[in-house]
Design a protein around this ligand. Structure first.
Ligand code: FEO
Length: 394
């Protein structure tokens, strides 16, 4: 992909990674991703905002060459993570006059991660500005979206916000701007769930912090740009501020069919009582889909057989993941089966200390579920429906 003009003198110069399928050796990328880098020409100075993943440094350098850029004054590093900072050393090699502009915390991280010499840095305080001549960059400190050093860059005269990961999405597309709203919403929600949700409280503060800025374009570091910023601002507002919805997320594993029978029965009982359910067989689930479901759910019910005294390892993994993602879930319960005993419930409960939840009475069946177990599942469904009603989760 060649450079693309956003405004006269403002260009997208990033790279699209159509084939990447895993991020951080953890997060599935069903739709690839992009590493968005932006070049801003002022009447006196030129700035590059973020770079690209080091695997795509040649694409960035080619884009800059195609624009005839022979001098860069500032490389703005909004974030130290390598998918944006990883090509900074190569850019500095090609443009030796350039200084790296970042928060004081980011400077330390870039020295640690990329061994960039200390003399290369200019650190900026919150709301500090740098003039490019006829254009002004304002730096807005926004810690914990999603590392402690993160900042946003606002191009005042063009009213463009460059928020790096914030408002991003892992989506490879030739659309410079969001054009398929459904696809963009899904990708942005997945991104929020996997990357941003654990920092919901600081995101609330950062949304407040930018609400008085006049923004025509949000240009994140992954995925298409937003030329209708209210689309993504409204979505984020809903994900971080709204109450959870009348939804149960039910991740489970079944080895010999007993837990699956209980899951099927419970799903029916919940639906009968007006509760929506999202059911995930963890042997085949894309964990990004599970993370997305956790954004809105009021209740999580984990289904597990007992294996080697505890929960199935795949279930333990899902519990640890949910604990790390810190969704706004309010209630948790556990259902499942065992052959001769065990500590699946105690062990699972111990894996979710971050979730400030009420634990609802678990239902464990010895062997294949029988009448008393189905009755207990009915009772659990009734309790969930009543709790959701009590808190007006709609
Ligand atoms: Fe896209 Fe936190 O890096």
């Amino acid at each position: 992909m060649k450079p693309r003009e956003i405004r006269p003198g403002v260009y997208w110069v990033g790279a699209i990674d159509w084939d990447r399928r895993l991020f951080d050796a953890l997060i599935p990328l069903p739709d690839g991703t992009s590493y968005n880098s932006y070049l801003i020409k002022g009447s006196e100075k030129t700035a590059l905002i973020d770079t690209v993943d080091p695997t795509m440094q040649e694409v960035l350098k080619n884009n800059l060459s195609q624009l005839g850029i022979d001098k860069i004054d500032y490389v703005i590093a909004n974030h130290a993570e390598q998918d944006h900072s990883g090509a900074i050393p190569q850019v500095l090699e090609k443009y030796p006059e350039a200084k790296v502009v970042c928060t004081p915390k980011c400077k330390g991280m870039l020295i640690d991660l990329l061994m960039i010499p200390e003399a290369k840095f200019i650190t900026v305080n919150d709301k500090e500005t740098i003039s490019l001549g006829n254009r002004t960059l304002e730096f807005i400190h926004a810690p914990w979206v999603h590392w402690p050093e993160t900042m946003l860059t606002y191009l005042r005269e063009d009213r463009i916000l460059f928020p790096c990961d914030f408002f991003g999405s892992h989506l490879a597309t030739t659309d410079l701007y969001v054009r398929d709203g459904g696809q963009a919403y899904e990708a942005a929600k997945r991104y929020y769930a996997e990357i941003m949700m654990p920092f919901r409280n600081t995101i609330q503060k950062n949304l407040e912090k930018i609400k008085d800025y006049a923004i025509d374009i949000i240009a994140p570091s992954h995925g298409p740009l937003h030329d209708k910023p209210e689309f993504i601002l409204k979505a984020y507002h809903s994900w971080v501020f709204d109450e959870p919805k009348n939804i149960v997320v039910l991740p489970y594993i079944s080895m010999h069919g007993s837990t699956r029978k209980m899951v099927e029965y419970l799903v029916g009982a919940l639906v009968q009582r007006g509760v929506a359910v999202k059911q995930f067989d963890l042997t085949v689930t894309d964990i990004g889909k599970l993370a997305m479901a956790l954004v809105d759910a009021a209740t999580v019910i984990i289904g597990t057989p007992t294996i080697l005294v505890g929960p199935h390892p795949n279930v333990a993994y899902a519990a640890i993941l949910a604990n790390a993602l810190k969704p706004k879930v309010r209630f948790v319960s556990i259902i499942g089966s065992y052959g001769w005993g065990g500590k699946a419930v105690e062990q699972l409960a111990g894996m979710i200390p971050n979730l400030k939840v009420e634990i609802l009475e678990p239902v464990l069946s010895k062997g294949f579920p029988e009448e008393a177990d189905f009755k207990a599942l009915d009772n659990l469904a009734t309790t969930v429906a009543e709790k959701h009603k009590e808190y007006n989760f709609a």
